[in-house]
Design a protein around this ligand. Sequence first.
Ligand code: ADP
Ligand code: G6P
Length: 482
Amino acid sequence: MTGQEPLNKKAKFLVVANRLPTDLVTHEDGTQEWKRSPGGLVTALEPILRSHHGAWIGWPGVADAEPEPFDQDGVTIIPVKLSAEEVENYYEGFSNDTLWPLYHNGIVEPQYREDWWETYKEVNQRFAEVAAETAAENGVVWVNDYQLQLVPALLREMRPDVRIGFFLHIPFPPLELFEQLPWRDEIIDGLLGSDLIGFHVPGNAINFQRLTNVRRKHRVTRGKMSCVGHCGHIEVPQKEGSPRFVKVGAFPISIDSGAFDEQAKTDEIKKHGVELRKRVGDPATLALGVDRMDYTKGIEVRLEAIYQLLQEGRLDPEKFVFVQLATPSRERVDAYKELRKRVEEKVARINGEYASVGRPVISYLHQSAPFEDLLGFYRNADVMLVTPLKDGMNLVCKEFVAASTDGNGSLVLSEFAGAARELRTAYQCNPYDIEGVKDAIMHAIEDPEEERRRRMRALRRQVLTHDVNRWAKSFLDALPEH
Ligand code: ADP
Ligand code: G6P
C-alpha cells in the first residue's frame, strides 16, 4: 500500500498527537496514498521530529484504518486506529464540539455529552497504552494538544520512568469559563501527570495555575506575568512521600522560518507569484487570507470589513482583489457546516454586487492549496488578513512574514491571536470592532511605502530569529530530568 518498510523499534523521543503528520487518503479506484495532514500542529512539529529521528503516534485521519508502523523521512510513524463511532464521539464530539469551542472563549456554544466524554477517556487510554509500549526506558514523551489531555497521567501510571512534556496548541481559558466543563477536575488531573506543561503565551499558563490552585488546592509558585519560558511550578501532593513538582511555562510556537524564507526567495516562486497575481486580474491591491475553515479564524469579520469598505467607496472594486484560501476542516460538525454556508453566502453577495464578468472581487477556494501557491501568494500579496476571534498562536501570519522576502507586504493581525504579542508592528486590530478592522486594512494599504517596509522589517527580524527549532529547544530544555 505505501511501499514503506514496517518497523518495530523502541523510541527514545516520542511525539503523541491526535493526528499523524500524514493522512491516509483512499481514492475512488481503491488505491491509497499518504498526504500531508492539515493544521498548525503538524506544520510546527514535523521539522522537529525529523531532526530528532523519533517516533510519532497518531490517528491516520480515517475511521477503521490500521496500517502497520512505517518509516517516513527518518520518523517512525505509528498509527492508532479509531472506529467510526470513536471518530464521531471523541474527535468530532468531545474534542471539536466541546473542548475546541470552550477553549476558544465559547465563540460557539460548547456541547456537553456524557457519551462523548466516555469515548474521550477510552481513546486517551489507548493512546497512553501505545505510548507506554513504544517509549524506550527513560525516554522523552511529548504529548500534544487538547484531544489528549488525559494521556500524561495515564502514561505516568504505566511508565513512571519516562519524562512527559505536554504542549497545548490552543488557548487555555480563564477559570470562569473552564469551570463549565462537567469533567473539569479529571482534565486537570490528567494534565498534571506531566513533568512540564507548555502553553503559547504567559496568560494561558497563569490561567492554568490559578485553576489548579482554586479547584485542586495545589500550591503554585508563579513567575512574572511577562515571563516566556519557565513561568512557575505546581506542587502536586502524592499518596505517599513528598509532593511532585510540575513545571508550567509559556513557549510561543513558530515555523521553520529559514526554510520559508529560502524557498520564497527563489526565482521560481517569484515567477509563480506574478503568474498567480495575473490570474486574479493583476489588481493594484491583492489581499490574502489563508485558514482552515474554522469559526475561530474570523473569515466572516474580514469579509464584512471588505464589504463595508466597498459600500463606502473606500475600496475600489476595479483595483482590489481578495483571495481567500480555506482548507476544509471538521466538515461533519454542525458549527463548521453552518460557518461554510455563511462564508459562501457572503462571498457570493460581495461578488454579486461588486464583481464584473470574469473578474471576481473575492476569489475564494474551499481547498487545500499546493505549497507553491501558498508561497507564491504570500510573497506577492500586498496585504495579509489574519483576523481570528481567538487563536492560540496562528502560524499563517508567521509564514506570510517569513515568505515576504521583498519586504513590502503588510500584515493586518487580530489582537486575539497569540502571535500579536510578538508581532507588534503588524497593523493590529480588535476583530469585534468592525470600524477598527476597516481602518487597519486601509492603513495597511495606504500607508507610505517606507512605513510599511519599516513594519515588515521588524516583523521579519522577530520571525526569522524565533523559529520552530528555538521553540522546541526551549521546551525540551525546560523538561526536568527525573
Ligand atoms: P491552525 O493550527 O488552527 O490550523 P495555524 O495558522 O496555526 O492554524 O496553522 C495553519 C496551517 O495550515 C499553516 O501551516 C497553513 O499554511 C496551513 N493552511 C491553512 N490554510 C491552508 C490552505 N487553504 N491550503 C494549504 N494550507 C493551509
Ligand atoms: C489545530 C489543532 C491541532 C489540529 C489542527 C487541524 O492546529 O491545534 O491539534 O490537528 O488544528 O485540525 P484537525 O481537526 O483537522 O486535526
